[in-house]
Design a binder for this molecule. Sequence first.
Ligand code: SAM
Ligand code: SF4
Length: 486
Amino acid sequence: MIEGLHEGNKTIDESKQGEATLLDSTKGGNKKLYLESYGCQMNFSDSEVVASILSKEGYETVSQSSEADVVLLNTCSIRDNAEQRVRTRLKQFKNAKKERPNLVVGVLGCMAERLKKKLLDQEKLVDLVAGPDAYRDLPGLISEVEGGQKAVNVLLSREETYADISPVRLDKNGVTAFISIMRGCDNMCSFCVVPFTRGRERSRDPQSIVQEAKELHDNGYREVTLLGQNVDSYRWNMSSKGRIKDESKPTVNFAELLEMVAQVAPDLRIRFSTSHPKDMTDDVLHAMAKYDNICKYIHLPVQSGNTEMLKKMNRGYSREWYLNRIEAIHRIIPDCAISTDIITGFCGETDEQHNDTISLMKEVKYDFAYMFRYSERPRTVAERKFEDDVPDEIKKARLQEVIQLQQQHSAESNKRQLGKTFEVLIEGVSKKSDADLCGRNTHNTMIVFPKGDHKKGQYVKVKVNDCTSATLLGEVVEEEKVLTTA
Ligand code: SAM
Ligand code: SF4
């Protein structure tokens, strides 16, 4: 809930940023890869694609960079501080190269796409730069570096979805997994660098998504999160490889895709992120209401509570439209948790406009929020057309006010759960005590409870009897029950 934490889902927290992961399925390879991921869930999901591509070349992933032949950082450009963290890390690897000159260091993802050859030529920090659509080329790029060259591929594609690549699951819990359903973004919010770093929006073949969900379920996974920058604009058309060209051909939209995945297995939970208020249809809400195994949780970033600011941000909705979507959620899914993203101090934001964000928060009472102070990003419309004129102290003070209010709302939301019983999918041992297990309820809230004889991957009914600001505490009252679809 703090500025700079990952957007979109509570499961990735600061402790996981820049995380390296062991890769069992590639054990036995003779080359060693160290992979660190920063930023959004999409990047963590992409790292699994990268691990898969390189495992075929004999790369075993290691958890210590000191053991690696190749170090790859999958980076984020969303705010300046995200990039600064990566630069600091790259300087450490540059130093390491003095003692290990054969070490290959590469940058992947959004920073690679944004800075391109600058990272090689001006900053001389790395050997290899690969943008988000160039991962199939990684084996060739690494060979070029091994042959004494610097290597770059930052070509963006209109078609690449990596649909045929079976990601190597890097998150070791073996219960929850990400599935990317689309790539890129066409929305051009004026503050956002994503359309420049991840290219045009394209959807992935629904059959490959369903197949991936089936395989995960067969391998013991019990929850999938469908990922995209704006899942509500998911649209597959047989004539177009994911970009709509011929409207007369049958299409699959997000509501239909949700139903297809929900039908894979009644005990496979479905989550998704991120929804865009301008595109979220009642059909999606009805699909959520229809299936018990679609989790009742929506991340609906508002950014600002003031219509004029929203217009300047090019978000495509007004305060009233947004509140109408919140009303629709409550009407169609009465017990649905809602979270959001908020930016403070966007160009020209006045005290009154900021107060509109505060009043909207009081009206909606989010269960959870990711809150950021505005960070100007190169090439965006905001950078080119508006002045970043809200002083940093004011951005920070507004952010502080927003964080404090959200903490109050989150605490109230948690207190409302006391005495209730939830179905929890066990994800593993609690971080704080080996004697406890943890897992999330349908609302995406973490619940911690005594271990007993229960195991990872099981569903249990947990009665909540206490809470902290971010976690519910309880005890198991009933054994596993298989969820039922509609
Ligand atoms: N696609 C999602 C959407 O439209 O809601 C969000 C994707 S973005 C990776 C996650 C969040 O980062 C945004 O919702 C926004 O709150 C925040 N963000 C994006 N650009 C930002 C900027 N320039 N400064 C501060 N926060 C920013
Ligand atoms: Fe960025 Fe807007 Fe696209 Fe989200 S919808 S990724 S905020 S441009």
